[in-house]
Write a protein of this length. Structure first.
Length: 127
């Protein structure tokens, strides 16, 4: 039934049911089909395609995308994500920071000294 609504909707439904107990997820698939009836196949197809690109399997997210009308934005975000990964060859760290952000006002740099035990405080074993 889901695949009849669109290719991405069918794939999304199959991903939902890809569990050891698929019958426990049927309500989510019926909700997905209901969203297609309510908002139209095109909007749900677009939302499912974007969610599949980002590997997000949650009918609640699909409902949110369709209700807010952000399907185009989600598809564009997925496309940018895909292009960035292809351009970089490696996915960049989500919270990567520029090393200059760690500079101090005095210009003093921290340096790790060789030797010692991991996590040991110098002179702590003498106390």
């Amino acid at each position: 039934m889901a695949a009849a609504r669109g290719e991405a909707i069918g794939i999304y439904a199959a991903r939902i049911l890809d569990t050891p107990l698929p019958w426990t997820k049927m309500r989510a698939v019926y909700t997905l089909i209901g969203l297609a009836r309510t908002y139209g196949d095109g909007a749900v197809e677009q939302a499912c395609a974007a969610a599949l690109e980002l590997d997000v399997i949650s009918v609640g997210k699909i409902k949110s995308i369709v209700e807010k009308g952000t399907g185009n934005q989600a598809a564009q975000t997925a496309a940018r994500h895909r292009q960035a990964g292809a351009a970089a060859g490696v996915t960049a760290a989500r919270f990567a920071r520029d090393p200059r952000e760690f500079a101090t006002a005095t210009g003093i740099r921290m340096q790790v000294l060789p030797g010692g035990r991991d996590g040991a405080v110098p002179g702590a074993d003498q106390a």
